[in-house]
Design a protein around this ligand. Sequence first.
Ligand SMILES: CC(=O)SCCNC(=O)CCNC(=O)[C@H](O)C(C)(C)COP(=O)(O)OP(=O)(O)OC[C@H]1O[C@@H](n2cnc3c(N)ncnc32)[C@H](O)[C@@H]1OP(=O)(O)O
Ligand SMILES: N[C@@H](CCO)C(=O)O
Length: 383
Amino acid sequence: MSNVTTRFFHTGSATDPIRLRDGGEMEEVTLAYETWGELNEDRSNAILLFHALSGSHHAAGFNPDIEAINGIWQPELHEGWWSDMIGPGLALDTNRYFIICANYLGGCYGSSGPASLDPETGKPWGSRFPHVTAADQVEIQARLLDDFGIGKLVAVIGPSVGGLLALAFATRFPHRVANVVSIASGYKTTVLNRLVLFEQILAIENDPNFNGGDYYEGAPPLYGLALARMISHKTFVHLDAIERRARQDVVQPDDVLAWYRVRDQFQSYMLHQGKKFVKRFDANTYLRINDMWSRFDGAQEGDAGSPEDLFARVKDAGQKWLVFSIDSDFCFYPEEQTELVTHLEKAKVDVMHITVHSDKGHDSFLLEPNLYTPHIAWVLGRA
Ligand SMILES: CC(=O)SCCNC(=O)CCNC(=O)[C@H](O)C(C)(C)COP(=O)(O)OP(=O)(O)OC[C@H]1O[C@@H](n2cnc3c(N)ncnc32)[C@H](O)[C@@H]1OP(=O)(O)O
Ligand SMILES: N[C@@H](CCO)C(=O)O
């Protein structure tokens, strides 16, 4: 895949502000996004991809212009997170499809977010950046599709938190999408997941530099954000995988996070993940997306009275679903993922459920896309 560059979509105005479901209002919203492939003449070959928690719009190829939050070059930012999935002849075949991926609202990779400048003050939004729900996210991205003149999508695809957004899009705009691919995601965030996310909120908000979210003129809450990542990372990678991945030869014994000196390769590995993460991510963005994820309930996001009501509209629209669950997932537990399948089956929606057997855990979709490509290619091929 050749170089790609970030594009920007602007929407909203003083007379037509973006109204968010929690009451927030924004006069102008910017979405950073990338596209791959060509939109055909009747605009009928588009696929909308939703990225996960800390991902960006840069899903494939090499993008030289993604700026990390601290302005330091981060290799993992410039390489697409799904380059093995998107490209000529790949599952998301750019010879056939036009793929779009946007950095979600509240993000820190170019879309409007807490670290971006409030047009009214010329200063970073910080604590004043509004809370954004999954429904808000897909309403904004539907505007991006309108701007392209795209009516109905071939598919929406989302892994992890992106899978929640794919569900929200498919149920809020049931007639605007033919196929839905949900990967390692679910229907409703469980109490356990909300508690894990709550610990991450506490880690960030109790950082001495947090300053209520208004830290951009001083030292950022790196300790809290690193700790939040360390809490979450254990859910992204299968616990056995951590033992395999934590190498002895790169232990950094003098490495400390605040006051703590690592004692073994496992602590050193986890500390490294935290320290690596804070170079590319913003704490306020983490809190906004964490909040969106924590409160996710498919029926609520779709303004439906029940899952039955919600999926009845999916059935009526004739959507086809492909749901992947990962048997070693500690982030979206398999039972969370199968709950989605159960609702779809009860509504008699055309759904194919694939359980991926992987020793990698939740991030299997990042590390071994080859386990997913044949099924996705088949589903899209029948479109
Ligand atoms: C769909 C989306 O939008 S998601 C896109 C978001 N992108 C990501 O999440 C990418 C970041 N990756 C991850 O978070 C996931 O861990 C994975 C599973 C995708 C792989 O992460 P990686 O960090 O690439 O691999 P891994 O978890 O094995 O860690 C390897 C790193 O740990 C280091 N390491 C290994 N053992 C130790 C140790 N004992 N002490 C210190 N460092 C260690 C390695 O040197 C390596 O360092 P590097 O990352 O600087 O090269
Ligand atoms: N590890 C990936 C997937 C988590 O959902 C991320 O940080 O976005």
